[in-house]
Each structure stands twice: as C-alpha cells, then as structure tokens.
Design a protein around this ligand. Structure first.
Ligand SMILES: C[S@@+](CC[C@H](N)C(=O)[O-])C[C@H]1O[C@@H](n2cnc3c(N)ncnc32)[C@H](O)[C@@H]1O
Length: 184
C-alpha cells in the first residue's frame, strides 16, 4: 500500500460525507477543482456554493463547472457565508493560501478564515465534515496556521471530532489537513 497524499485523502473523506442531493460549500473556489468535485458528489439534486474574492478565480471556476447548474458562484468573502447559505450542509472545504498561478499577495487571512469556519460549523449537519487544507510556507501562512489550529484544538470534544492528517518528515512546510466532524 501507499499512504494517501493530503489532497487525495481530503477527497476520499468528501466522497464518504457527501451524498447526492446534499448541500455543500467550497470556501475557496480558486481554479474550481474542488467545486467541480463537490458538484459531482451532490449531483443536480443538491447544491454547491463556491466562494472567492477574486474575479479571476470566479471566472476560472465558472468555466470548469459550466455544465453544472447546481453550482452557485459567490464573488464575496467566505466570512459572509451565512448571508448566502441558510440550508444545513453535509460538508465544507477550504484550501487556504493563494491562488496557484495567481497573485501570491492575495491570501486567505486569519480573521476571515476563522469567521468562515465558524459559520460552516453552525450550518453543518451531524455527521458532516468541515475540511481545511492548511498551507503555511508563504508569507502570512504560519500566522494563519497558528490561529486556525488554536481555534480547532479548542472545539469542544462533546460536539466535534477534530483530526489532523499530514506528513511530518517533509521539507518546505507541506500542506496538511484538519478535518472536523460534527458528532451525532
Ligand atoms: C489555494 S486557493 C484555492 C484553490 C482551489 N481549491 C482549487 O481547487 O483550485 C485559495 C483561494 O482562496 C481565495 N480567497 C482568499 N481570501 C478569501 C476570502 N476571504 N473569501 C473567499 N475566498 C478567498 C483566493 O482568492 C484563492 O483563490
């Protein structure tokens, strides 16, 4: 066997958590890879809300999911998720950091990231997952990592299970996943 890399492992959790007809959130649409994957999992009877603050990301995601009318693209900060989403969600996914091949100065930031995670936890159904892939190699990344980890480590264990998954012997601050499950 070989241990799953972080992104394939993240996808395998989504495959288990998301059923056809579910409502889900992509908190950082970027180039739309996760949005497309989520829209395949929910199918047209469900719905994907995908957020990004960059026009370039919204455009790229729109092209990738052009045939998927059950995807709603929101050109706004994920800190305002509950202004757009009111239904219970089965999952939310965040890939923190900057847009690959985009402006590396536009990054996710601790305050808005924590606000977004917190809103997703409120919307989450029991048994649902909020998945956060944390990158800390760029400027500002370690501050965001520390803020997110401090918040997640303090979630009450009666209400949530919090899992960390990543390779601890790799160089150059590899990404790692934190998965939060709302307990039954
Ligand atoms: C690592 S990329 C996401 C990659 C994406 N998951 C994909 O499949 O291509 C991070 C994205 O977060 C976006 N972002 C940064 N701050 C944001 C915010 N406050 N609300 C929503 N998106 C934000 C950036 O514009 C960038 O596109």
């Amino acid at each position: 066997m070989s241990l799953k890399r972080v992104l394939p492992f993240t996808k395998s959790l989504l495959e288990e958590a998301v059923l056809q007809g579910d409502y889900v959130i992509d908190g950082t649409a970027g180039n739309g890879h996760d949005t497309l994957f989520l829209s395949q999992l929910t199918g047209p009877t469900g719905k994907v809300y995908a957020f990004d603050i960059q026009e370039q990301a919204i455009q790229a995601t729109a092209e990738r999911v052009a045939a998927h009318t059950h995807v709603e693209l929101v050109h706004d900060s994920h800190s305002k998720i509950t202004q757009y989403v009111t239904e219970p969600i089965a999952a939310a996914v965040f890939n923190l950091g900057y847009l690959p091949k985009g402006d590396h100065a536009i990054i996710t930031k601790p305050d808005s990231t924590l606000e977004a995670i917190s809103q997703c936890l409120d919307l989450l159904k029991t048994g649902g997952l909020v998945l956060i892939v944390i990158y800390s190699g760029h400027e500002g990344g370690s501050e965001e990592r520390d803020a997110v980890m401090a918040f997640l480590q303090n979630l009450p264990q009666q209400a949530f299970d919090v899992l960390q998954y990543g390779f601890i012997n790799q160089q150059h601050s590899p990404p790692f996943l934190v998965a939060v499950e709302k307990k039954k």
